[in-house]
Design a protein around this ligand. Sequence first.
Ligand code: 6PG
Length: 245
Amino acid sequence: MNCIRIIEVLPTPDALFHAAAAEFIRIGRTAIAERGRFTVALSGGSTPRSLYSLLAKDHSEFAWDHTSLFFGDERHVPPDHADSNYRMVNESLLSKITIPAGNVYRVRAEMPDAASAAADYEKQLRDVFKLASGEFPHLDLILLGLGTDGHTASLFPGSDGLREQSRLVIANWIEKFKTHRITFTFPVLNHATDVMFLCCGSDKAAMVEQILEGHSTPPFPAQQIAPEGRLMWMLDEAAASELNR
Ligand code: 6PG
């Protein structure tokens, strides 16, 4: 693993989300200053909602017009569905800031066929990053969460998607949920410049310890994340409670 691994433990969830928001904005400002654009993929689930709300509340003046927002994964549901990651991001961030609609790249997860939704999203990525065949996008930042089973994005232990090495986006069958999830593949996650894991709460402590200090065979999906630049683990005290510090 050539990336720089950084583990930051904050005393409370509120302090965690403030630190994550500050880092998000810092990375964004640097990307825009250097390349005129900030490309970032947001994570789903419940944990990042507080981060997105904070970005909307404290950083509405950020250069969202120079920011391209993507989704690292999506549930196979329409955008108004309660399980939709897009809906969560729209409610907590997009509906509260001024960002051109064309800057938000949504997974068209309302498509009946999950594989078609994945292929469509891959095409969106290839068009935006002007990729040639075999090339991968270099996002400035990808946000990720951690499941208590060691999954990240929608790359779950034992799922076929773990082996994908050429496509950018796949429809990954998740046996325990009996559904597909549309998700970035490991090559996309690992071609990012920076990856930020956001973990909060004692229910994540055991898996955080295994991911950061354990050596499981096969490795958990979250242990297979190695971006080109920095791998940041942003934890609150409860999520870090089982680490040997
Ligand atoms: C999703 C996520 C997923 C999430 C973890 C943690 O669509 O659910 O992308 O990978 O980050 O499941 O979820 P919580 O934050 O809800 O614990």
